[in-house]
Design a protein around this ligand. Sequence first.
Ligand SMILES: Nc1ncnc2c1ncn2[C@@H]1O[C@H](COP(=O)(O)OP(=O)(O)OP(=O)(O)O)[C@@H](O)[C@H]1O
Length: 771
Amino acid sequence: MSAGSNKIRVYVRTRPTPNFSHDVLKFLPDVKTINVDIKKDIRKGVVNNQPSNWSFKADGILHNATQEAVHDTISRKIISRAMEGYNGTIMCYGQTGAGKTFTMTGATESYKHRGIIPRALQQVFREIQERVNQAITVQISYLEIYNENLYDLLSTMPDCLTSESQMTIVDDPPGVNIKGLSVHLIHNEEEAFNLLFEGETNRIIAAHALNKNSSRSHCIFTIYLESHSRILSNAMYVTSKVNLVDLAGSERLGKTWSEGKILNEATYINKSLSFLEQTILALADRNRQHVPFRQSKLTYALKDSLGGNCTTILVANIFGEVAHIEETLSTLRFASRMRAVATKPVINEHCDPVRMVQKLELEIHLLKQELAMHDILVNRCQITYEPLSDSQIGEINSQVHQFLEGTLDEIEIINIRQLREVFSQFKLVLKTKQKKLYESLFTSDLVIIKREAGLVEIEGQAVGEVDGHGFGIEVAPFSSKPTRVVSYKSIVFSPLFSPSPKKESPGTPSPGKELDSRSLSRMQPLVTSGKDLDGKDTMQREQDVLSTDLNCPDSAGKEEHSRPSSPPNKAVAFEEFKIERGCEISRILQENKSILSEKKRTVKELSLRINNVKQEIDVAKQELEGKRQEREEQGEYMNDGEVVIDEEEFELIVKLKDLKSRYRSDYDTLRDLKSEILYCQQLVEQCRYRLLTEFEIWYNESFLIPEDIQANLKGGGSLRPGLIPVNRVLALEEDDHERFECLQQELLMENPDSVSFYNAKMKIEQRVSYT
Ligand SMILES: Nc1ncnc2c1ncn2[C@@H]1O[C@H](COP(=O)(O)OP(=O)(O)OP(=O)(O)O)[C@@H](O)[C@H]1O
């Protein structure tokens, strides 16, 4: 959180003196402007043409101000903001003896004259008491920079383990830290003051002419604050640090009459202050890319405070006597430059990982309770929400496979975790399939493609074979299939009820498969089981054929002809039969044969086409394999884990897919056509059988069975055609005929339903006897 961009604020504080030069230093009524008017005779050695009037701007002038006023004006607000997470820095700059230490620390022997540090510490603990909703911890450290060396002013404390040599300045974003500097946790004012005074005692002080207690070093007293909310259970907390800096006095070496060690110190002090000034100049110059913080320990240690994310205030301590006007001018110039430096205070907010985990755990616990209550209300008590075990994941994997195979209708979703796992398993299956499919494009085995597509595996078979049943294109000729060869001589009588074709016979179209209805409708079955193709039942069609025969114009005439003394040649009679009495059956047979041969021709053409496609597939696969090898030899391009192929290879893959699609389509057509052919063959056979049977009946009746017996077989007679075996009928004497008639009547009386049974039995016997 940023509080916006600010400039370093500057306050001028004067050391009270009865000899204050009001003529030279004039504070304007706005209490922000200082005019310096130096009379030429005051500035000895100054060239006359140099300016002798200056005007300096400050954010406030604390002339003869009390310690309390100084604290109220300068440090109170910084401490308050530090409690909220903003860093703050207060620096005292000025010539030696101008009152820097007095401002910062104050007179340690006088409570009334205590400086900013003790007052800040007091304010911190008072605010802690007031901020009951915050748990604030306070720590302090006290660093001294003397002759470019770092010293821990609190290292003499019992709990301090740091030695001087271990301290280094570390630029550790977002701030600078003094590694090795002891930081002390304090719980109240008293502990804080103890440490302050301890530090003051350890401060290196060397007396010189201007200040008998002159501090010859830069001191940084730091207060560290960390604030957590007592109300909110969130894991956010703020930290801040307040640097209270008492710089060593700027001085003119000649003026302080320093010599020896003191002179050496003064050199260091002036050097570091000079670097501080250069740093300030660099910070104030917006065009400067580099700010030389590291050229002195002081600037490096104050890197955060100078132009960082910190509220910074400079106290320009001046000693307003005429004798110190040059130092005063120098201090005011420095202060003016400081006012040009921008700072950007930012709240230091952090997240406590431990508290965050605790908070989230608590929230999870509460949500689980809510969920459990919800499940009880909707009768889902058996549901658990723990992470899935390996066996549960395995079960989900199995369910997904069953679902995809169709053996499982649906996967019951019980919770989000399970749902996510289901999707994950689907993804896994999909990726595996994709990988296999891709690989299959480069294999020479067509079988893998068919398996992926859910088609029948035809590995090791000739093209056109189905499941190894030897249904080969141009491989297994139809003639090799068992066909019923009906001998002209073997059939002598037509059964009223011929055996029905088996429903599941190879030649019968499989259920759900539509045959070529146009060509099949032209096929004319003579005998089928139940209903035939045009909806007539078997008995009806049988009667139609018989009636066709009876209606034949020549047949009636033939009956009128006188019977020849000896039976004619059967072959000649058969040819005659086909033209006359059996003309209709013969015509149907010829039509069926013609349809059959047409379908066989189509099969032949289709087989040739399939073989050609197969050859094209083989060629395409060879080319694709060549491309793949070439790609592997030249090194493969990868993109997101996928192999990149060139356009030619892609076109080959597409072509191969197209050819395989055509192959599958033609293959399916061929399979259906083969079923139709087998069915047609059955019809042709049935037709042929019927023709021969009818001929035998006609031939027997016309030339072999005596006429008196035939009279009994006709309508109104006691015997019906086919009821009695011909050989037996022919062998019966008159009495036997009567007895047989009686026996038959008895049997029919006893069991009328036995007619069909005896009828069929007799026909078989008749056929055997004629054979
Ligand atoms: N505002 C003041 N009111 C009363 N006495 C003061 C004030 N400012 C300074 N003094 C006195 O002036 C003397 C010098 O002050 P101080 O030690 O604070 O100067 P300094 O700037 O810190 O000098 P140095 O840089 O040498 O340490 C001290 O004895 C101090 O008590």
